[in-house]
Design a protein around this ligand. Structure first.
Ligand code: PLP
Length: 316
């Protein structure tokens, strides 16, 4: 018999309404959907994006997942944990061949990769130059040469099956909201939200990187134009962070007991609050912000912040 092991939510996502004087003054309802709690290690949108890919991999008879990511990637950590939980082998192709030169030292300095290895993931380091060609047939053929058969999950996990998963984030009760907001990396999460938002709703994406390709990427997976990218809150680029953002994330944790990650959700919420201050949203608006998870990235970011002499993120 063909047994399938599916990812199972450890906790149902719930709504957390934020309340403070700014929101009262501007008459804005701001609710955070705590998707981050869905699984301790396959958190937030990575659970959604892996869900149907893992089912497809098993149905096609694969016993190994291979995917790609940077050294602090939430997707790498999530894939490793999902594989461990479901008895599927995992291979992570990691950007930066210098990281492979002294693996022991790398793992000592990188909580994400250390975690991935602890979950049984096999790491394969490639140069930044080679990594750029990861979607090309020759590069993939070479991986098949090295590793044999595997089910390939793209970087960030975004493909059609991932979008099928992120289409399950919104629930019928969410029709009361006027705006749905989320952080954007590769666009798979916002695509699912766009496809399931109601006609009266607008989906706002906050890219976590400086980019000019996302609009086209997202359009590939969607059939509606009820959305917009707000490009002013990437803080200089992917995983770039400054004291203002650190203070905001720590203050949000202290005041609202809401943990945010520094790469995605922290920038999104910073952007939403700034737009509220600037009266972007009409009084009476109801906003739903999706917490896509990613909190595992805090530990690695703190090691970098300590080196730079910046304040640290509170780790909840
Ligand atoms: C990966 C990730 C995103 C980006 O999701 P995409 O589907 O790639 O746009 C957003 N938030 C968090 C916390 C993530 O880990």
């Amino acid at each position: 018999m063909n047994t399938r092991n599916k990812l199972i939510p450890q906790q149902q996502p719930y709504n957390q309404q934020l309340k403070d004087c700014l929101l009262r003054k501007k008459k804005i309802t701001l609710v955070v959907r705590r998707e981050d709690v869905i699984h301790k290690h396959v958190s937030g949108n990575k659970f959604r994006k892996l869900y149907y890919n893992i089912i497809a991999a098993q149905d096609k008879g694969y016993d190994t997942l291979l995917t790609f990511g940077g050294a602090f990637s939430n997707h790498i950590a999530a894939t490793a944990a999902a594989g461990k939980e479901l008895g599927i082998k995992t291979i992570g192709v990691i950007r930066g061949d210098e990281l492979g030169d002294n693996l022991k030292q790398t793992l000592a300095q990188n909580p994400t990769l250390k975690f991935a290895v602890s979950q049984g993931m096999r790491l394969h380091f490639v140069s930044r130059q080679a990594y750029r060609h990861k979607n090309e047939p020759d590069f993939v053929a070479n991986l098949f040469q090295i590793f044999g058969q595997f089910y390939l999950v793209p970087e960030g996990g975004t493909n059609e099956l991932a979008v099928k998963g992120t289409e399950e984030i919104l629930t019928p009760g969410d029709k009361e909201f006027d705006y749905i907001c989320c952080a954007v990396g590769t666009g798979g999460t916002i695509a699912g939200l766009i496809n399931t938002a109601k006609p009266h709703q607008k989906v706002l994406g906050f890219p976590a990187l400086k980019e000019n390709f996302l609009h086209k990427e997202i359009a590939k997976y969607t059939w509606s134009n009820n959305w917009e990218l707000i490009r002013d809150y990437h803080f200089g680029g992917f995983a770039k962070i400054d004291k203002k953002l650190i203070d905001f994330i720590n203050m949000t944790y202290t005041l609202h007991n809401l943990p945010l990650d520094p790469v995605y959700t922290g920038k999104m919420l910073y952007g939403i609050i700034d737009l509220i201050k600037r009266d972007y949203f009409p009084a009476g608006s109801k906003i739903l912000a999706i917490h896509t998870g990613g909190l595992q990235g805090k530990a690695g970011m703190n090691l970098r912040l300590a080196k730079k002499g910046l304040p640290l993120l509170i780790e909840g």
